[in-house]
Design a protein around this ligand. Structure first.
Ligand SMILES: [Ca+2]
Ligand SMILES: [Ca+2]
Length: 249
């Protein structure tokens, strides 16, 4: 009876898996500099020696980016991973990007009709034509970094001085939702334009502005929708997600 039950579960699982494209996930865990794991480092100003922020891997767990430290003031230092796989999700799938981070950045260049604006610390997720969402992280708020749009920047306030868990999801590659510590912060359309399609870009984005940020992890990919039979069965079985990997796409 037990064997028959396992056979039935296996058949269901196999058919469910075949109904979706191959999910995938990229994970950066803050235990090494990103450029050692396939990310492209964008550091400046170029005239500085060395260019970029003061950096450190803290306790083997966190990437520290510091452009407040003497000799590194006003630097920028961010990381891009461009993936050959499309972000476009199939039926029963969705795009996700999640990160755990802390920043002391202040908002600059605020929009005229909201308290949003750009911050030194950001993450940007772009689709196949370089369109997507950019989230700015400041000490006490997170914004959608679209200060020039008619909507202004959307704002969600956070507790300063502590790590927060962020998660962006998109089911249609034209709109997204941002969750902070598992609470819906705001939703909106993809708006920003960029030059690197199918890419994620995170870190200290701006020169002439200073901040300190810690990054515990940055993960993104295409996953089966929550609640699908696949995840349910895997969760019941306590199985590891087989598509998880690190480094370059
Ligand atoms: Ca900076
Ligand atoms: Ca970590």
């Amino acid at each position: 009876m037990m064997i028959r039950a396992l056979f039935v579960v296996s058949l269901i699982l196999t058919s469910a898996l075949s109904a979706v494209a191959t999910p995938w996930q990229i994970s950066y865990e803050g235990d090494d500099f990103p450029e050692n794991q396939g990310w492209t480092r964008m550091a400046g100003p170029q005239a500085a020696e060395p260019p970029g922020d003061y950096r450190e891997i803290v306790d083997g767990q966190y990437l520290l980016l510091d452009s407040r430290r003497e000799g590194f003031e006003g630097a920028y230092d961010h990381y891009i991973l461009q993936c050959p796989q499309p972000f476009d999700s199939g039926p029963g799938e969705y795009l996700f990007a999640e990160w755990r981070a802390w920043s002391d950045a202040t908002i600059f260049f605020p929009s005229s009709n909201s308290e949003g604006g750009l911050a030194d610390t950001h993450i940007r997720i772009l689709d196949g034509v370089g369109r997507g969402v950019e989230i700015s992280l400041a000490a006490d708020r997170v914004t959608d970094s679209d200060p020039l749009s008619a909507n202004g920047g959307q704002v969600y306030y956070i507790s300063p001085g502590v790590m927060h868990e962020y998660r962006v999801t998109s089911y249609d590659m034209s709109t997204y939702a941002l969750y902070v510590d598992e609470i819906l912060a705001f939703e909106g359309p993809f708006m920003v334009q960029g030059g690197y399609p199918h890419s994620v870009d995170f870190g200290d984005a701006s020169g002439n502005v200073s901040s300190v940020s810690y990054w515990d992890y940055v993960r993104f990919g295409v996953a089966p929708e929550p609640g699908t039979l696949v995840l349910l069965l895997m969760a019941c079985a306590g199985a590891r997600l087989p598509w998880t990997r690190r480094g370059a796409c």
